[in-house]
Design a binder for this molecule. Structure first.
Ligand SMILES: Cc1cc2nc3c(=O)[nH]c(=O)nc-3n(C[C@H](O)[C@H](O)[C@H](O)COP(=O)(O)OP(=O)(O)OC[C@H]3O[C@@H](n4cnc5c(N)ncnc54)[C@H](O)[C@@H]3O)c2cc1C
Length: 439
């Protein structure tokens, strides 16, 4: 993710620099006024580039799943790209506000003359200029809400729908206020491509077309609740594309509530049925066990994701770690391996649970692993004082051998394991993580 963001930053800055290098400034131009002007251009350009990337990623582009590592990562990139866009937008706004300070400190002498156009073009430029500020304020507020984790997700999700409109306003602002000379240079071509991508993505979003081609109708054929987990089995219509173990789908039971992502916890059985295990974690999932009935219809969109254990490297030691409900992609994997039990040898599957005695996944895992000789199951029960730590993984025993960890579970556990294992493993560790979060 960092490489993509840094690459985009470098590309945009290079295009801006090419323009800067070929610009002749008036001989009496003051350095600070010129720096402000160029700073405005650079921050504006970076803001629109990152916002266009964020818009593209919001359309759930399946063709980017392979290069970017799955939809959960695409959403993380979408989020950080959006944060950078608003950050550069705020820098752009601050530079705009700095003119008063410059006037009072160095005066207006040496200020670059304002470019004026005629007729319609000038009116459009004024309209574009007026649009930038309110759109930026709203975008800033959206980012604050997105980062404020206590803000209810279901309200944020509805507010977030305003983003394509804000994007169109800001794209218009950028296109109108960019110097006319840019349009015959690489910087203008680059900005044109970004804006075209962002505008198409915004239209797809406003027309409600995101993910539509991957949506199928389904009927609930079984609902069982045990403790705080509900098992739901659905039968999908014939248009459902077969899924791979480890993938997830968005389920909509009710249009107002909208789509929620859940891992498909079963293998592809060839009969168009899929199983979900849903833990009561919030507003919607807490009511699910009582509200969902057999025969109820749902819309399922997917499959998405690349938590594909068969992408593992054969030369690396395989360690699979699941925390709580994060066991769902592994359940799908274990079920799919029943027909090819020798595909993996020497895998350690660690399942972390609160209490092994009351957790129904433990018996299910034991049954699934019994016929898979290459997979050793370790259950870590917190109430019995058995907590999984980087040390207890005992990877240190043979740390000269490269290792690969596939993780699905709470972020805190992932961070602690990653940190501890990286120290021991000294660059020989690969850590694949399925994020159960999209905000
Ligand atoms: C790829 C993926 C796979 C998942 N697989 C499973 C699974 O197999 N079993 C399971 O129990 N949970 C799974 N989750 C988590 C599940 O999606 C959330 O727990 C659920 O959506 C919470 O909804 P809520 O209204 O009950 O909670 P809330 O209290 O409203 O929200 C809690 C958090 O859940 C997330 N969330 C809520 N609504 C949505 C939504 N519509 N879209 C995206 N994220 C949302 C947000 O991060 C939010 O902060 C998965 C999540 C992802 C991203």
């Amino acid at each position: 993710m960092k490489t993509i963001l840094a690459g985009l930053l470098a590309l945009v800055s290079a295009a801006w620099y090419l323009d800067l290098a070929s610009t002749t400034f008036p001989a009496n131009g003051a350095f600070l006024w010129i720096a402000r002007q160029e700073g405005l251009y650079l921050t504006g350009l970076l803001s629109i580039a990152f916002m266009s990337l964020s818009m593209l990623l919001s359309t759930r582009p399946v063709w980017l799943e392979k290069p970017l590592g799955g939809l959960d990562r695409i959403y993380r990139l979408h989020k950080w790209s959006g944060i950078l866009a608003v950050g550069f937008g705020a820098g752009h706004w601050l530079l705009k506000q700095s003119s008063g300070l410059l006037k009072s400190t160095i005066g207006v002498q040496g200020r670059l003359p304002k470019i004026k156009y005629d007729g319609l073009l000038e009116s459009l430029r004024e309209f574009g200029a007026d649009m930038g500020e309110p759109a930026l304020y709203i975008a800033l507020a959206m980012i604050v809400i997105a980062l404020w984790r206590r803000f209810p997700y279901h309200i944020w999700r509805h507010l977030h729908r305003v983003m394509p409109v804000l994007y169109l306003m800001l794209a218009f602002h950028a296109a109108m206020l960019a110097p006319l000379a840019w349009w015959t240079q690489p910087v203008g071509a680059l900005m044109g491509v970004f804006i075209a991508i962002g505008v198409v993505a915004s239209i797809i979003s406003l027309a409600g077309m995101i993910g539509r081609r991957r949506q199928v109708e389904a009927a609930v054929i079984s609902v069982k609740s045990e403790g705080d987990v509900t098992e739901i089995i659905c039968r999908l219509d014939k248009n459902w594309e077969n899924h791979r173990a480890g993938q997830f789908a968005f389920i909509t039971f009710n249009r107002l509530e909208g789509a929620h992502p859940f891992t498909i916890a079963s293998a592809d059985r060839g009969d168009k049925t899929i199983t979900f295990f849903i833990k009561a974690l919030g507003n919607f999932t807490r009511k699910l066990g009582q509200e969902i009935k057999v025969g109820q219809l749902a819309t399922i969109e997917g499959p998405y994701g690349r938590f594909q254990l068969d992408r593992h490297s054969r030369s690396r030691r395989q360690v699979w770690v699941a925390g709580g409900i994060g066991i769902t992609p592994f359940l799908a994997w274990l079920e799919s391996l029943q027909s090819r039990p020798t595909e993996f040898n020497k895998v350690d599957l660690h399942y972390c649970t609160r209490n092994r005695e009351t957790d129904s996944f433990v018996a299910r895992l034991q049954i699934l692993c019994a016929s898979l000789p290459g997979i050793r199951l370790h259950v870590h029960s917190a109430q019995h004082g058995d907590l999984l730590t980087a040390d207890s993984l005992k990877l240190a025993d043979d740390h000269r051998k490269k290792a690969e960890v596939w993780f699905c579970g709470p972020r805190g556990l992932a961070d602690a394991l990653k940190k501890g294992l990286k120290e021991t493993w000294n660059g020989n560790l690969r850590f694949h993580q399925e994020a159960f979060e999209m905000r």
